[in-house]
Design a protein around this ligand. Structure first.
Ligand code: ASP
Length: 430
């Protein structure tokens, strides 16, 4: 097999749009057996899938349009050309994706997992240099983009904040972008003004990735959020089509939820419940764009009791740094997502997500730490997914995605089997 067993099976289920239970029944095996084939190679309960099953799955998928889809893809060229913006290999907005292209990126991210989990190494980006330009606060996005580039064999040069950049001396976006293009092979840019990353991108022909432009978009976060939902749903035996997604918090300034809602709208028949304090509602243009896309139900609410029935609760932080004349002092205690609220209104198999950081100060009433031991809390698995997804973004934009699988070698050091102290609780979940 050209890809790992896990990537092969997950891809087959996504293409056939089948839950694990239905897929297991379709290929005539027990769900338990399928679960063991879907575990990461090297994990204790992992089992190799018999070759006859592999052939059978391939045949079913081929019969169900796989060949047709692959043929279309090869006629239409590589993924980076299909998601290009103004003819350039850049990632500025989730509007660049179709459902088909986003699922192709998800498959590439799956392929990156052995590297992200420190079982394998690859050097496909050897010699390439990434410029990480962050003019606004960041921990996850900056470090995970950097780590993702390094894990593919590249190197990273960082600059953080305005104070230590020439923008403090009045340099324009055009000049900064053009100058950086002479030094690096790709750039990730975060900037406090909406539209600014597109301006950087217009001034260069090298790949540019939007790491967050003010209250605008955060496309790589939306991709890793979608990847998380698909992965968690696969484990829970759910499909994204028809799911109920509750999005809570500062929906006005939260760029992650702007990108996420547009990206999820590529799927069919979703119910979106948008819960925010008055004055921080989702911008009307995004609601209109999503409403135009298909048969989605969009409800708006100011009460957390509306999380009832949701398959995903996506919480966000109040983006105080973007407030102009708003007076809101954090959420009231009613806006906190905590164990008591979940026990009363949450489904047993709901997943709780948050782009992080969560504001842990007492008056913030952000996502509570009293859920830290609850397996429904997916926030750290979600943050971990930033690595394979951002590796996939670079591999696609730099055109090396087809080289990765054969470039993998075993790691020479021994990473811990669980990277976080609580992770053992979740062992074997995938
Ligand atoms: N880290 C996310 C962002 O940069 C979410 C947040 O800051 O609240 O948009």
């Amino acid at each position: 097999m050209a890809v790992s067993q896990q990537v092969f099976l997950r891809d087959a289920m996504r293409r056939l749009n089948l839950t694990r239970d239905v897929f297991a029944a379709r290929i005539g095996v027990k769900r338990r057996a399928l679960d063991t084939w879907l575990l990461p190679e090297g994990s204790q309960e992992f089992r190799g899938m018999p070759e006859v099953v592999q052939r059978f799955v391939t045949e079913i998928v081929e019969n169900e349009t796989l060949l047709e889809k692959y043929a279309q893809n090869s006629q239409r060229g590589p993924l980076r050309d299909r998601i290009a913006i103004h003819g350039k290999h850049q990632l500025i907005s989730v509007d660049q994706f179709t459902r088909e292209s986003v699922e192709e990126l998800v498959r590439i991210a799956d392929m990156m997992q052995p590297i992200a989990r420190r079982q394998k190494v690859s050097r496909v980006l050897e010699g390439a240099v990434l410029g990480n330009l962050f003019f606004e606060a960041s921990t996850r996005t900056r470090v995970s983009f950097g780590a993702a580039f390094c894990r593919l064999g590249g190197s990273v040069c960082d600059t953080t904040g305005f104070t230590f950049s020439s923008m403090a001396k009045g340099e324009s976006i055009y000049d900064t972008s053009r100058v950086m293009s002479g030094y690096v092979d790709a750039m990730v840019i975060r900037h406090p003004e909406q539209g600014s990353v597109a301006e950087f991108a217009a001034a260069t022909n090298i790949p540019v990735v939007n790491g967050g432009d003010g209250a605008g978009e955060h496309p790589s976060q939306a991709l890793l959020d979608l990847y998380t939902i698909l992965t968690e749903f696969s484990r829970l035996g759910k499909l994204l089509d028809g799911a109920h997604i509750a999005i809570t918090g500062d929906l006005k300034y939260g760029r992650t939820v702007h990108s996420l809602m547009k990206m999820l709208a590529l799927y069919k028949g979703l119910t979106f419940t948008l819960i925010s304090p008055p004055g921080l509602e989702m911008p009307a243009d995004i609601i209109e764009q999503v409403a135009l896309r298909g048969n989605h139900v969009i409800e708006q609410s100011n009460s957390m009791t509306s999380i009832k029935g949701a398959d995903v609760i996506y919480a966000t932080r109040v983006q105080k740094e973007r407030f102009s004349d708003e007076q809101l002092e954090g959420y009231s205690a009613d806006f906190q997502i905590n164990k008591a609220l979940l026990d009363q209104y949450g489904k047993e198999d709901v997943i709780i997500m948050h782009p992080l950081p969560r504001d842990s100060r007492d008056d913030a009433h952000d996502l509570s730490i009293d859920l830290n031991h609850d397996p429904r809390l997916a926030i750290f698995r979600q943050a971990d997914n930033g690595i394979p997804v951002r590796m996939a973004i670079f591999a696609v934009l730099l055109g090396v995605e087809n080289l990765v699988q054969h470039s993998m070698r075993d790691v020479t050091w021994s990473p811990p089997s669980h990277i976080g102290p609580e992770d053992a609780v979740f062992h074997g979940m995938y």
